[in-house]
Write a protein that binds this ligand. Structure first.
Ligand SMILES: Nc1nc2c(c(=O)[nH]1)N[C@H]1C(S)=C(S)[C@@H](COP(=O)(O)O)O[C@H]1N2
Ligand SMILES: [Mo]
Length: 301
């Protein structure tokens, strides 16, 4: 049996070196088992993971800073200036400051990861991302021992983001992860799709991808990352706490108050395509279930 990556690390184990080993193991695991990503065609086909087309991935989007329609981001996101770009990393880190996108890119190891993507609205896609592990960026900033959470913010430039004129959300959009979730090797910062630079509507120049959580945790066009001791507030939770919790793990057994989360419709399958069952943690149960051991997931939804 080929070696497969197992999540048997705790936060204490996640030193930069361990993160590097993890990455090597997970790539081997993906190639061998085709679990999370098919680096080989046969592996992804075995999982039924046929990637969506470029057209589907870049024209059916949620990016409320550009409007709430699925076609709005493709129509309006061209106005966002993404070069030059920098990210402010602050809070409980050894090296706070502004990190230029170009310096980040040259310091990071970029890989392709084909991930399932599942929106809380019950549509899904399979997307071949290019990106680097968020852990590598956080390690570059030097996470201090008191840090327990990571909060991240997208760009809010009112002249470039017409959607922020609406009060559908409290701007800026803010999201967060527990530190062990943020350091998990599946959590990546995506900078490309299908090997091409990531289009603005998908979150240029870099956006988070947390494949076992609903899409709204995967925040786009990030300008700031803050390491905190306390759980940060999150936009969807503030907007509607009964419907959107901090954890937001894909969980077919916990319904959204207004609809079931047990099945999903793959975008591109056609209007009459059958709904497919949603997998626990979006199919990444083996890798991430241990992060939530002992937690009642109907309470921490
Ligand atoms: N900045 C920002 N990031 C965001 C959003 C948003 O409105 N603004 N929407 C989220 C939601 S609800 C989803 S489903 C995904 C959609 O990502 P995609 O368009 O690349 O599929 O982006 C997430 N990231
Ligand atoms: Mo979403």
């Amino acid at each position: 049996m080929a070696h497969r990556w197992k999540n048997n690390l705790t936060w204490d184990d996640v030193t930069p070196e361990a993160a590097f080993l993890n990455r090597r193991q997970i790539i081997a695991g993906m190639a061998a088992g085709g679990i999370a990503a098919g680096l080989g065609q046969s592996a992804s086909a075995a999982e039924g993971l046929e990637p969506n087309t470029w057209e589907e991935i870049t024209t059916y989007n949620n990016f409320y800073e550009f409007g709430t329609g699925k076609g709005d981001p493709a129509k309006y996101a061209g106005s966002l200036t993404t070069d030059p770009w920098s990210v402010e990393i602050d809070g409980l880190v050894d090296n706070p400051g502004s990190y230029a996108m170009s310096d980040i890119i040259s310091a990071m190891t970029t890989e392709e990861r084909i991930y399932r993507f599942r929106c809380v609205e019950a549509w899904s896609m399979v997307i071949p991302w290019n990106g680097f592990e968020l852990a590598d960026l956080l390690n570059m900033a030097g996470v201090q021992s008191g840090a327990k959470y990571v909060a991240y913010l997208p760009a809010v430039r009112c002249d470039e983001l017409p959607g922020v004129a609406s009060n559908v959300l409290d701007w800026p959009y803010v999201e967060g992860l527990r530190l062990d979730e943020a350091m998990h090797p599946l959590t990546i910062m995506a900078t490309g799709i299908y090997g091409k630079p990531i289009p603005n509507q998908n979150g240029a120049p870099m956006r988070l991808v947390v494949p076992w959580k609903y899409g709204f945790k995967s925040i786009k066009s990030i300008v700031r990352i803050t390491l905190t001791e306390d759980e940060p507030p999150t936009s969807w939770n503030k907007a509607n706490g009964k419907e959107y919790g901090f954890y937001s793990n894909v969980n077919p057994t916990v319904d959204h108050p207004r609809w079931s989360q047990a099945s999903e419709r793959r975008v591109g399958g056609g209007l009459f395509s059958p709904r497919i069952p949603t997998l626990m943690f979006n199919g990444y149960e083996e890798e991430v279930a241990s992060l939530y051991e002992g937690m009642d997931l109907s309470e921490f939804y």
